[in-house]
Design a protein around this ligand. Structure first.
Ligand code: HEM
Ligand code: HEM
Length: 277
């Protein structure tokens, strides 16, 4: 669905957004108000009104999206959303006339920046990650990876039984807990520094390099190492998969609440300027 929203109809909305931004910039440059440029001049009011309408329209996308129940692709809408949303950066900024301070007006502006920045993050995620997800999965779902990991665990424990107690204990330790997921930061990092499977692999590699085992035990050890290599690789891919899923999702947890706060702050801003200015 998100594949070509950026190029939708030959970049139609990029062109529209670019034209709107340039027009606003030209008006701003040619604007010579009596006082310093600010939100209260005719151009300030104009840009403020257009920005506010744009914000309400952009927020409407959340409602619109759900109406279609995700069945009909909203490529055109998303394309317009992304480009016109970015044009807001120019319109909103010029509206303020660069008059920032510690007040609700600048709070609204800051929230607008947060929504735009998270939106840009999401756009990059939507365009880059799906390919990486597919490559990393290699036609295997996360569930299939986990299922294969547990069957490898069973095989490894079985194989370890013919070896000494320390090996058994290390292999059992590696298979006892599936070290996937955890805290948000752990998931986002896509790594597990204390991975017991990786530690077990290093231990077994050390043992194999000593060459102190007989031919039969040596063969079992190399089978064991092979099983755990595969398990380590699957774990790495599963962690990467979780990382990608989290990145595809996390920005919306900023984009949506910040939109709600932005609308509240915007209403307060407009009411404040009308009543107190
Ligand atoms: C209907 C829409 C809007 C109206 C009528 C409006 C009105 C105004 C007015 C009259 C001022 C001038 C205040 C002054 O003289 O210092 C102003 C300033 C400002 N506006 Fe708006 N505005 C609107 C939308 C927005 C939007 C969408 C944002 C950003 C999200 C925004 C952010 C600001 C900021 C940061 C200032 C500068 C405040 C300051 O001087 O300290 N406004 N606005
Ligand atoms: C102040 C400006 C903006 C507002 C108020 C806004 C608001 C919203 C809302 C309410 C949604 C629906 C989310 C949902 O219900 O799942 C949405 C989706 C989205 N926004 Fe924005 N947005 C803004 C600017 C931007 C910008 C500048 C970009 C990118 C450059 C962007 C990228 C996206 C994307 C990619 C989605 C699609 C999410 C999906 O389909 O899963 N937004 N936005």
């Amino acid at each position: 669905m998100h594949e070509s929203f950026l190029t939708y109809r030959g970049f139609l909305f990029l062109k529209v957004a670019g034209a709107v931004g340039l027009l606003a910039l030209a008006l701003y440059m040619g604007h010579a108000p009596m006082e310093a440029p600010n939100g209260g001049t005719w151009l300030g009011y104009g840009l403020g009104t257009v920005s506010a309408l744009l914000i309400f329209w952009l927020a409407w996308f959340g409602v619109r999206k759900r109406r279609y129940g995700g069945v009909k692709p909203l490529r055109g809408w998303l394309s317009a959303h992304v480009y016109l949303g970015s044009a807001l950066l120019v319109l909103g900024t010029l509206h303020t006339g660069f008059q920032f301070g510690w007040n609700v007006h600048t709070l609204a502006y800051g929230l607008m920046l947060l929504v735009i920045a998270s939106g840009i993050f999401g756009t990059v995620a939507y365009t880059r990650l799906p390919r990486l997800v597919t490559e990393n999965r290699r036609r295997q779902t996360l569930e299939a990876m986990v299922a294969e990991i547990s069957s490898l665990d069973r095989e490894a424990r079985q194989a370890a039984m013919s070896l000494d107690d320390t090996v058994n204990a290390r292999v059992a330790e590696a298979s006892e807990r599936l070290q996937l997921g955890g805290s948000l930061w752990r998931i986002l990092s896509g790594r597990e520094p204390a991975c017991r499977t990786a530690a077990c692999v290093s231990y077994l590699e050390g043992l194999a390099s000593k060459g102190s085992l007989g031919p039969e035990e040596g063969a079992i050890l190399s089978t064991l190492v092979r099983l755990l290599y595969r398990k380590r690789e699957l774990l790495q891919r599963a962690r990467l998969d979780l990382r990608y899923q989290a990145l595809l999702d996390i920005w919306l947890h900023i984009h949506i609440p910040a939109t709600v706060l932005l609308i509240v702050a915007l209403i307060v801003h407009v009411v404040a300027v009308f009543f107190f200015w």
